[in-house]
Design a binder for this molecule. Structure first.
Ligand SMILES: Nc1ncnc2c1ncn2[C@@H]1O[C@H](COP(=O)(O)OP(=O)(O)O)[C@@H](O)[C@H]1O
Ligand SMILES: Cc1cn([C@H]2C[C@H](O)[C@@H](COP(=O)(O)O)O2)c(=O)[nH]c1=O
Length: 225
């Protein structure tokens, strides 16, 4: 039976790598996939992994109708055996419905990859619809870790290492920080960090935890002498 599968996890847990592996294994057996992505860090029309692999993809813009796109391709003599959609959290709920229709009406497997929640631990609309519609949800097995060593389950947005809780839901970026704040005297470093729930709730990133550990307030009594 064809399926709509949602592979989910935090940022940096290997989702895009798995997408590329699924694509590699299937194309090695002569199958042809239609690869979609949206807002990949490597640029428009790319699906890239931090391991350095990258492939061409159809950029899934707001106005892309997945079902119509696949039907058009098939009607013009093209072949499609399966669908891969990376960065699926950025898709509109209606586009997830279109992917479900591709499974049900065209009989194709659809593999969607994305983070479930944003930097405020709120569901992305596309991910919410995937949770509602997917035949299966697969949580990636390679665990990303919080700075404390616990399993990271949440995505934090940081500015100069400090977690922020205000801002637009979509800001493309990486876990190692990027230069932002155009026009600012010293551009702020906007980035992401994966945290366990406890430290996400406490807004404690690696940088702020390190600063707190170095603060005289928390030094042992002996060391303060
Ligand atoms: N230099 C490296 N050596 C080994 N593995 C790495 C290296 N850099 C990144 N990775 C692996 O790649 C994962 C990130 O893969 P990626 O597919 O880009 O993640 P996602 O799409 O979930 O954000 C990391 O969790 C890590 O397991
Ligand atoms: C938490 C969060 C993330 N994003 C962006 C940042 C990245 O561009 C992608 C996630 O990509 P990855 O391959 O899973 O690392 O999502 C965002 O726009 N808003 C957020 O709240």
């Amino acid at each position: 039976m064809p399926e709509l599968v949602f592979f989910s996890g935090t940022m940096d847990c290997g989702k895009s790598t798995l997408a590329l592996q699924i694509e590699h294994n299937r194309s090695a057996r002569g199958l042809q996939g239609m690869i979609y992505s949206r807002n990949d860090r490597a640029g428009r029309g790319k699906l890239s992994s931090r391991l350095g692999l990258v492939t061409e993809a159809v950029e899934a813009a707001d106005d892309l109708d997945f079902y119509a796109h696949v039907v058009d391709h098939l009607s013009s003599g093209g072949r499609v055996d399966y669908i891969i959609a990376d960065e699926a959290q950025f898709l509109a709920p209606e586009q997830i419905d279109q992917l479900a229709r591709v499974v049900d009406d065209l009989g194709l497997d659809v593999f969607a990859f994305g983070i479930t929640t944003d930097f405020r631990s709120k569901l992305f609309p596309g991910s919410q619809r995937l949770v509602e519609l997917a035949d299966r949800i697969e949580v990636l097995k390679v665990e990303a870790l919080c700075w404390c060593g616990a399993r990271a389950t949440h995505n934090a947005r940081t500015v100069d290492g400090r977690m922020v809780v205000e801002g637009a839901q979509v800001v493309v970026g990486d876990v190692r920080g990027e230069t932002g704040g155009e026009g600012a005297e010293r551009p702020a470093e906007v980035g992401y960090e994966v945290l366990c729930r406890r430290h996400h709730r406490r807004l404690q990133t690696a940088a702020t935890a390190h600063a707190a550990a170095l603060s005289p307030d928390v030094l042992p009594v002996d060391a303060q002498r």
